[in-house]
Write a protein that binds this ligand. Structure first.
Ligand SMILES: Cc1cc2nc3c(=O)[nH]c(=O)nc-3n(C[C@H](O)[C@H](O)[C@H](O)COP(=O)(O)O)c2cc1C
Length: 362
C-alpha cells in the first residue's frame, strides 16, 4: 500500500515519518548514526537529558546532548519539573543545533517520577502547562512532547495533556500506548493513541511494540497517527525503519543479507569501542551486552549469542561471539530468521503476544 508518510513539524520536514525513539543508554551518537545510515529514518531523538544537570553545567548531560554535524533533522529530548530550568535547557539545546526540542512526559522510572518529572507530569497538568509555556517562550525551533497514555488506567488523560501542549505551542506529540503503571507490560494500545490523534490538529506519532512492517501498518491504521516512532525494534532489526519506509513508498522491503547484518553489528560494536570515554572493556562491553540482550530476542540461536556475549570479558571477545553466531546461522541456512521470526509458531515471541518485549524492557 503506497502512502505519503511525511509531515512538517513547523519548518522541519519529517520524511519519512519513521522516527527513532529516544532510548537512554542506547540512542547515543554512534547508534543514531548507524540507524540513519541504514535509511528510512526521518528524525532521530537523543537520549533524554536532565534539565537540572544541564543547567548546572554537568559535563555528562552536555555530552549526551552533543550532535554530529551531519545528523539533521534531530531532536534533543529534555526532562525535568522546573519550568525555568526546562526553558534554560531548551535554549541550550537549540544553541547546540537541535532542529526540535522534545519534552519527556513518559519516563516511568522512579528516579525520574519521584522528582515529579517524566510520566509524573501526566498527573499534574497545570505544572506541565507551565513547563510547555516556559519552553515555548525560550526557543524558536519547534517544541514537541512525548507522553504515555496516562499515569494509570484510572488516569488516561493523554488527550487532555496533549491538547494543553498543542494550545501552548507544541508542534507534534508522540504517544507510547501504555500508562506509567503498565511500565512495559502487556501490549501497547494503538487504538487509545487514536483518541489523542482525534483531539489534536498537530501531527501525532504512535509508539510502542512496533517490530515489523505489519506492526507499523496496524499501529497507523488503529491510531490514525501521522507516523511511527520505533525504539526497541531498531535494536532487534536496525533495518526496520527502512523496511517500513519502503513499504509505504510502494517498494519491496529491503532485505539485508546475513553478511550485511553481521558487518553492521560489528561496525556498531567498533563505534561503541571508539566512542568509549573510559577503558572500552569496562564501558563499551557493558553496552554491547545490553544491546545484545535486545538484539537476540526471538532470533534463532539468540540465547546462544547472549550466553557468549555475556561471558565475554573483552570487546574483542564480544565481537568474536557475534562472528561465531552468524557462522552458526549460515551453517543452518537461517538467513530468513530475522524477518520470519514473528510469524513462526516455534519462536517464543509472536505478533499479539504481550510477553514478546516485556522481558527485555528495563
Ligand atoms: C533502554 C530504553 C531507554 C529508554 N529511554 C527513553 C528516554 O530517554 N526517553 C523517552 O522518552 N523514552 C525512553 N524510552 C522509551 C522509548 O522511547 C519507547 O517509548 C518505548 O520503548 C516503547 O517503544 P518501543 O516498543 O518501540 O521500544 C526508553 C526505552 C528503552 C527500552
Amino acid at each position: 500500500m503506497q502512502r505519503d508518510l511525511s509531515f512538517d513539524v513547523g519548518p522541519v520536514r519529517i520524511s519519512p515519518a519513521c522516527v527513532l525513539a529516544p532510548m537512554e543508554g542506547i540512542t547515543d551518537r554512534p547508534f543514531r548514526s548507524l540507524i540513519r545510515g541504514l535509511g528510512g529514518c526521518g528524525l532521530t531523538v537523543t537520549e533524554f537529558v536532565s534539565s537540572e544537570a544541564m543547567s548546572r553545567q554537568v559535563a555528562k548531560a552536555w555530552k549526551m546532548a552533543e550532535l554530529s554535524p551531519d545528523e539533521h533533522p534531530v531532536s534533543i529530548q529534555i526532562y525535568g519539573r522546573d519550568p525555568v530550568r526546562m526553558a534554560e535547557s531548551a535554549k541550550y539545546c537549540q544553541d547546540l543545533g537541535a532542529d526540535i526540542v522534545d519534552m519527556n512526559l513518559g519516563c516511568p522510572s522512579k528516579a525520574v517520577t519521584s522528582g515529579c518529572a517524566g510520566s509524573a507530569l501526566m498527573r499534574d497538568p497545570p505544572l506541565a502547562q507551565r513547563i510547555f509555556a516556559a519552553v515555548r517562550a525560550a526557543i524558536t525551533v519547534p517544541m514537541t512532547v512525548k507522553m504515555r497514555l496516562g499515569w494509570d488506567r484510572e488516569c488516561l488523560n493523554a488527550p487532555e495533556v496533549a491538547h494543553i501542549a498543542q494550545e501552548e505551542g507544541a508542534s507534534m506529540v508522540t504517544v507510547h500506548g501504555r500508562t506509567r503503571a503498565d511500565a512495559y507490560k502487556g501490549a501497547a494500545d494503538w487504538k487509545a493513541v487514536g483518541e489523542v490523534k482525534a483531539a489534536l490538529k498537530i501531527p501525532v506519532l504512535v509508539n510502542g511494540d512496533i517490530l515489523t512492517v505489519d506492526d507499523a501498518v496496524r499501529a497507523l491504521d488503529e491510531s490514525g497517527a501521522d507516523g511511527v516512532m520505533v525504539g526497541r525494534g531498531t535494536m532487534r532489526d536496525p533495518w526496520i525503519m527502512r523496511s517500513i519506509a519502503d513499504h509505504f513508498a510502494g517498494r519491496p522491503a529491503y532485505e539485508p543479507t546475513l553478511d550485511e547484518r553481521r558487518t553492521v553489528l560489528l561496525h556498531y560494536f567498533d563505534m561503541m569501542t571508539e566512542a568509549s570515554p573510559i577503558n572500552p572493556d569496562r564501558y563499551a562491553l557493558g553496552k554491547m551486552k545490553k544491546v545484545t540482550g535486545y538484539f537476540t530476542r526471538g532470533l534463532p540461536y539468540g540465547a546462544r549469542l547472549r550466553e557468549l556475549v555475556y561471558a565475554a570479558t573483552t570487546t574483542q571477545g564480544a565481537c568474536e561471539a557475534v562472528t561465531h553466531y552468524f557462522e552458526l546461522l549460515r551453517s543452518h541456512n537461517l538467513r530468513d530468521g530475522f524477518s520470519r521470526v514473528h510469524d513462526d509458531p516455534d519462536q517464543p515471541f509472536r505478533v499479539g503476544d504481550p510477553r514478546r518485549l516485556d522481558r527485555v524492557a528495563p
